[in-house]
Design a protein around this ligand. Structure first.
Ligand code: MF3
Ligand code: CO
Length: 263
């Protein structure tokens, strides 16, 4: 069952989503060669708590951290550790919080210093694919129109779409119906209507789409160890059209308390 949200509920989701957006912006600014990935996790968790939110991933099905940090061939669910970022890496940061009962969830992929031409293009295509999908998110369309648009963008660039992980509805739970695959034929699935809130999250690979899970039980990597990128936002369909709730507006003054970026 899809839980459609009222305007008041979407307003609540704006808050949790803006916390996620702000923290991801701050994490992005921290990215540099030599940084231990667990430093990002510690920052994300303490910053969320400072803003009155609870990290959404910690303890979710036993996940051990607040942030997912996935480097190079790692697709998603990389566990922060003493591993240090190095020049040329690409690093995906995936973060979610719950604030006054509502979830927000977003991800982005960042280059560490100078990276290869292919790596940069992969990052760009993940982002472009998200926006292609979003352009199909309008009342009257069907859900798989979004999926098909994402797949088309990714494959036109010569990259592939990960099949094993999908986007999802979001609200009072991190994962609600419907699932939002990043591939498929258009014209299928539920009709889109106002009140729908989704986390749309293309995960793409430079090589093949097949995956493997590492021995830690979490980290998903491409089977062929080709580079992977991830881009995600929490979005809402309202009377005014589509709104990206986790876009950092930069001007939510209630979020300005004590950030490292503003210090
Ligand atoms: N953005 C991912 C998702 O929506 C993050 C989940 S990580 C987990 O599935 F650790 F919580 F599983
Ligand atoms: Co998600």
């Amino acid at each position: 069952m899809i839980v459609y949200k009222s305007e008041a509920e979407i307003e609540m989701m704006r808050k949790s989503s803006q916390i996620v957006a702000r923290i991801l912006s701050e994490l992005k600014q921290m990215i540099r060669p030599g940084l231990e990935t667990r430093e990002l996790d510690l920052y994300a968790e303490s910053r969320a708590r400072e803003l009155g939110a609870i990290p959404a991933f910690k303890g979710y099905r036993g996940y051990p951290a607040s942030l997912c940090v996935s480097i190079n061939e790692e697709i998603v669910h990389g566990i922060p550790s003493s591993r240090r970022l190095k020049e040329g890496d690409i690093v995906s940061l995936d973060f979610g919080v719950v604030y006054e009962g509502f979830y927000g969830d977003a991800a982005l992929t960042v280059p560490v210093g100078k990276v290869s031409e292919q790596a940069l293009r992969l990052i760009e295509v993940a982002e472009k694919a998200f926006f292609s999908g979003l352009s199909e998110l309008k009342a009257g369309n069907r859900l798989s129109d979004v999926s098909a648009a994402i797949q088309k963008e990714v494959e036109a660039a010569g990259f592939s779409v990960i099949r094993a992980f999908v986007g999802h509805g979001i609200g009072r739970s991190l994962h609600e119906e419907p699932q939002v695959p990043n591939f498929g034929l258009p014209g299928h699935g539920p009709k889109l209507k106002k009140g729908l809130t989704l986390a749309i999250e293309p995960m793409i690979a430079a090589g093949n789409w097949e995956i493997e899970i590492l021995e830690d039980g979490w980290t998903a990597v491409t089977r062929d160890r080709s580079l992977s990128a991830h881009y995600e936002h929490t979005v809402a369909l309202t009377d005014r059209g589509v709104e990206i709730l986790t876009l950092d507006s930069g001007n939510a003054s209630w979020l300005n308390v004590g950030s490292r970026a503003n210090a």
